[in-house]
Design a protein around this ligand. Sequence first.
Ligand code: ABU
Length: 461
Amino acid sequence: MKQSLEIFNRLVSELLADEAENPVAEHIPSTELYERLDIKLQKEGISATALENSLKSLVFASPRTATPGFFNQLFGGRQDKAVLGDLMSVILNNSMYTYKAAGPQVGVEKAILREVCDMVGWGPQADGALAPGGSMTNFMGMMMARDAFNDQIRFEGVAQKMTVYTSAEGHYSTQKNAAFVGIGRAGVRKIATDDQGRMDMAVLRATIQDDIAKGYHPVLINCTAGTTVLGVFDDLVAASAIAKEHNIWLHVDGAYGGAVLFSDTYKHLIKGVENADSFTINAHKTLGTPLSCSLIVVKDKKHLHDSFSNDASYLYQTDEDDFNPGKTSVQCGRRNDALKLWVLWKSVGTNGLEKIVDKQFELADTARAYIRNNPDYTDYSEDNTIAACFNYKGIPAEDICTALYEHSELLVGYGSFRDDTFIRLVTVNATNENEDILNFFKTLEAFVAKNENLLTQTVAA
Ligand code: ABU
């Protein structure tokens, strides 16, 4: 172990030094990967030195997600205390199904879930669980919605025509999850949005009424707190009124934006979340922990037990269900994703988590101000989000993003809303400073100036 930890320390020190100089790793086309890197496996083992060299090449060539060159997805940065917690999870290697196997780590998970439930405003009946990503915690929400509608489905299978409702701008996990739980992709109603990209509540209400008239059983309204492209928030107060009227489960997919719960300034964006039945937050997105750390909290823990508990005499041999989280989990063996958030939270306090969230909005404001004050940019952004959406000099977003990637300049992606496609700059890395955001634009502009011919070909065509 000592030798491996020494290798780890050396490689990490070298990587961090290199990241400071080169925020974007050299692009390796996937067609050249196995020729350029020593990835293929062989029958005989290799020396520690050869292994270290091989690992170093791999590590140095991997995309750098913690630098001011990465704005591509809804995560990024490196909160060091959270990294410390995650490294400890790996060393401890507890499995989170039982108190016997995870001991106080179960208490850590419970403390986080309790605190989040309290912050939502729910009582002692509320609880939660962790799963390996927002798609999975959203899946858990849908499963509980299905079982709350009909508590026999989990025993007998699906016999009724069920429907679920989500924004046309919602995450694609809704469609996949509908297939998993037996509702089927055809049972997903993608509700049109208003001009700001929020689910249109009048259309939602009318669609539900229409489905009921046709004999369908609406079981879930999935609201989005932070849509993947524009980053906007559905109106939870209006959605909860519709859900209540028709006795439909309300899940809030806050995988991206749910962490505004921690911010006095921005929690108004999820006003009404206390009326939901379940709520997803990804700490690996807007709280900056390493992947993955996805939480689902539920107003009434009965639903977690109803949908996910199963006896297993070889596993559950000590302690009450409350301390055996396997009884409320979608998984059996489960890594400890709670510790990284706990170490970060313990270190910076709830006020420190608030600062992380507020910083993301500040960085987005900086980006939007730059875009809006520069005539070369076309702005597609919405305020009160952590996404700055724009085009530059009319160059197609796909061309510019792909060229920046292939030339190892910046990692940033693009998205579409209605008829427009634009670059999506996500300011989720709270370890960035305003200067890093301005440098992003400088790098982009310098790159375009240098490659004007290449990038303007499509515009001219
Ligand atoms: N849930 C991941 C979304 C990925 C992205 O839009 O970057």
